[in-house]
Design a binder for this molecule. Structure first.
Ligand SMILES: [Zn+2]
Length: 166
């Protein structure tokens, strides 16, 4: 997606149903890692900008790399917590530890959902490469519907998260 944060909606929804088994932070880290690829090729002025990291194979490796970044994600969570007042911490405070299981699930779900969602909208993607050429999902869902779905998933996930904090 041209706007990476839309992917976070799927992560919020997943987190709301999986709880501590899934790291939303590692999920988001995987999104950013994968979208560094089109950013890099855009800066170089190339036309084909969704390449290896936008395949399921590449996204699996990116997801595992994001999981290996668990210590950096935990540091980011501690930093986040340290910036909250005690009133804010009640609603927005997060557990600063991430299990390796949650990191792996967050990273892999992040990588695979990224490729799945992007497959609907990027004509230069070949998600099953090098095993299969082409992209059968391209434009199977309208881009506006895709954005709306991500936004609704994020809103529902956030609502469930806050409701549990009540
Ligand atoms: Zn992307």
């Amino acid at each position: 997606m041209p706007f990476t944060p839309f992917h976070f909606g799927a992560g919020l929804a997943l987190r709301s149903v999986t709880g501590e088994w899934f790291s939303f932070t590692v999920f988001c880290f995987a999104q950013v890692l994968i979208d560094l690829e089109p950013g890099w090729y855009m800066l170089r002025g190339e036309d084909e900008i969704h390449r290896f990291l936008h395949t399921y194979l590449g996204a699996t490796l990116a997801g595992l790399a994001a999981a290996a970044g668990k210590p950096a994600c935990e540091w980011a969570l501690r930093l986040w917590n340290s910036r909250l007042s005690s009133a804010q911490a009640r609603w927005l405070g997060v557990a600063p530890r991430i299990s390796w299981t949650a990191a792996a699930l967050g990273g892999l779900a992040g990588g695979w959902s990224h490729v799945f969602l992007d497959s609907f909208m990027h004509a230069d993607m070949q998600p099953l490469s090098p095993f299969q050429a082409g992209n059968t999902l391209l434009f199977a869902i309208h881009v506006d519907t895709l954005y709306l779905g991500c936004a609704v998933a994020g809103a529902v996930g956030l609502a469930i998260h806050l409701w549990r904090r009540r």
